[in-house]
Ligand binder design. Structure first.
Ligand SMILES: [Zn+2]
Length: 295
């Protein structure tokens, strides 16, 4: 883990996905390279001030969109943000819609996730010597979600809830899969909410997602006639709406908050922490520091 100075601190983390590769309007910008016990994050973290808040921006797929969903260093990304002092994370991603009334250009603040990933994506920080079972019934922060939805309303049509179906990819679904997910009542489909949301909970970070609806998934009759240009136009509009939403949200977002997310490990650590090997204590210093016995 690298050691950061005071200037390298941020209150809010923003993970940008397809359609949001950079944030305009940041001032006092510094780029920092962070190393973590879980490897390197997707890219340098861009630290800057937006609407009076110090933010840490990380492009999820790296500069030039070169890391596919299955290979994202999600553990390093979340760990890096936490190491910079971040306590609240806003995760932006492009999604397909599984229902008619969630139309391209709409924004969704999802409240649930169904995990359909199949590869080893590094689903937990706690992979040696310590067993942790965090509650995950509510995968997104219930305090942050309505604030995000309120800030989004001025910029697009907003859906204040939705179940995010996270598939492995990188291929899109088959029509049969898409119809299956629809029959399950799932609302939007993407490739990145898992394990990001799981890891944010383990890192005791408040985490909310802003999903930008790009297209109807392949179930929709009009799907085959959608042109790349039309999708590009929707993505551009979505990106602008996301930036305006973040700018508005940060203006009013409380930073000194007490939220259950930030104590998620308090009753979740099964293994007694009294006799951990030194190497394990080092690996988990940032995540378990406040729970480790001193001396
Ligand atoms: Zn929270």
């Amino acid at each position: 883990m690298s050691v950061h100075g005071v200037d390298d601190q941020a209150e809010v983390g923003i993970i940008g996905g397809s359609g949001l590769y950079a944030l305009d309007g940041l001032t006092d910008v510094r780029r920092v390279r962070v190393s973590t016990p879980y490897g390197e994050p997707s890219d340098e973290v861009v630290l800057g001030t937006l609407s009076g808040k110090r933010v840490a921006f990380l492009p999820r797929h790296g500069e030039g969109h070169r890391i596919s969903p299955s290979h994202l260093p999600a553990r390093a990304n979340i760990h890096a943000l936490k190491s910079l002092g971040v306590r609240q994370v806003l995760s932006i991603s492009a999604v397909g819609s599984l229902r008619e009334d969630y139309a391209p250009g709409d924004l969704v603040v999802p409240d649930q996730i169904v995990d359909r990933t199949s590869q080893a994506r590094g689903n937990s920080f706690f992979d040696q010597d310590v067993v942790v079972h965090v509650p995950f019934a509510t995968p997104y922060c219930d305090r942050l979600r309505p604030l995000l939805a309120d800030a989004a309303r001025a910029n697009a049509r907003v859906h204040t809830a939705g179940t995010y179906c996270c598939i492995e990819g990188p291929q899109f679904s088959t029509r049969a899969e898409s119809e299956l997910y629809r029959s399950w009542g799932l609302d939007i489909i993407g490739m990145t909410a898992v394990p990001e949301a799981r890891l944010a909970r383990e890192a005791e970070l408040c985490y909310a997602g802003l999903a930008l609806v790009t297209d109807y998934d392949c179930w929709h009759d009009g799907h085959d006639s959608v042109t790349a240009q039309a999708v590009a136009e929707v993505m551009h509009r979505n990106g602008e709406a996301a930036k305006a939403t973040l700018t508005a949200l940060l203006t009013t977002l409380p930073t000194d908050v007490a939220c259950a997310c930030q104590n998620a490990l308090a009753t979740s650590i099964i293994t007694p922490l009294t006799k951990l090997p030194e190497s394990t204590r080092d690996r988990y210093a940032l995540l378990l520091g406040k729970y480790l016995p001193t001396g």
